[in-house]
Design a protein around this ligand. Structure first.
Ligand code: ADP
Ligand code: MG
Length: 276
């Protein structure tokens, strides 16, 4: 679904000749995969997501979305139809004064017939569980609800892949939970490819694969257990691990027979119950 080959990117206004925001990124994200990208501020996550969506073009190397080369300007709308983006602040993405009009905005721009638009809007709002709010003004909604409407706006374009750039960063815990449940639903039930950028480590636990970025490079990659068991490496680049994993790691270091790779409370409890 998303493939990059020897991808490098440098911002035009970057004064330092040698400073690339992205360095030699080689990725292959397959159809239906749920990939989480973590990394501290400035590591290049947002830059990479904007390259996926054809907002920026590679300085060197290639990106293909569903086989389409993002450097080919004639394909840009095809690419954006297939890979939608959801950003941090839903207020910046909501444009209309009524929820259903907002969700209709994308399909209207595709020039679809009005019955088709109607059907897509209803289906998208249903998928994010916001149908009951379709006639409400977006500014009356909570942060989590607004973000779900923003997601519905992308769904109405029927993309195969959605790239989320820190969609929960501005939300309270219940809003975060709503959005995470929506993302899980899109991946598990609707079989969509998901790229989710986050700095909340607990949101990465459910991923098929985690990519860890540092200074424009992918420095670590693997299943959640493989990545989070590298506690020292993650600390070295200034990242946390989920609390359960950290506690398991520390108990293990103290000599208890606890699995360092535990990710969930249940796994840790099971280990602890087996201790003599
Ligand atoms: P992240 O999303 O991981 O916080 P970014 O992709 O935003 O990281 O930034 C990666 C690097 O690119 C940083 O060094 C940042 O300062 C730089 N950068 C980001 N946006 C711009 C821009 N518009 N112009 C120049 N440099 C930028
Ligand atoms: Mg960012």
């Amino acid at each position: 679904m998303i493939k990059t080959e020897g991808l490098f990117f440098k911002y035009d206004d970057e004064k330092d000749e040698n400073k690339y925001a992205l360095k030699n990124i080689n990725l292959n994200i397959v159809d239906g995969e749920f990939v989480v990208i973590i990394g501290h501020n400035g590591s290049g996550k947002s830059t990479l997501s904007k390259l996926f969506n054809g907002i920026y073009y590679p300085t060197d190397g290639k990106i293909y979305i569903d086989g389409l080369d993002t450097s080919d300007e004639s394909q840009i709308w095809e690419i954006r139809k297939r890979a939608g983006m959801v950003f941090q602040n839903p207020d910046n993405q909501l444009v209309a004064t009524i929820v259903e009009e907002d969700v209709a905005f994308g399909p209207e721009n595709l020039g679809l017939p009005s019955e088709e638009i109607r059907a897509r809007v209803d289906e998208a709002l249903e998928s994010v569980k916001m149908s009951a709010f379709k006639r409400k003004p977006p500014h009356h909604l909570s942060g989590g609800q607004k973000q779900r409407v923003a997601i519905a706006g992308i769904l109405a374009m029927k993309p195969r892949c959605i790239i989320f750039d820190e969609p929960t960063a501005m939300l309270d815990p219940s809003g975060r939970k709503e959005v995470m449940q929506t993302i899980a639903h899109l991946n598990k039930d609707e079989k969509m490819t998901i790229v989710h950028i986050t700095h909340f480590m607990d949101e990465a636990v459910e991923a098929d694969r985690i990519l860890v970025m540092d200074e424009g490079e992918i420095v670590l990659e693997g299943k959640p257990k493989e990545v989070f068991s590298q506690v020292e490496k993650l600390k070295e680049i200034g990242l946390d691990v989920p609390q359960v994993t950290l506690l398991s790691f520390e108990l293990n270091q103290m000599g208890y027979a606890v699995n360092k790779e535990n990710l969930t409370v249940d796994e840790l409890v099971e280990n602890l119950c087996q201790l003599k």
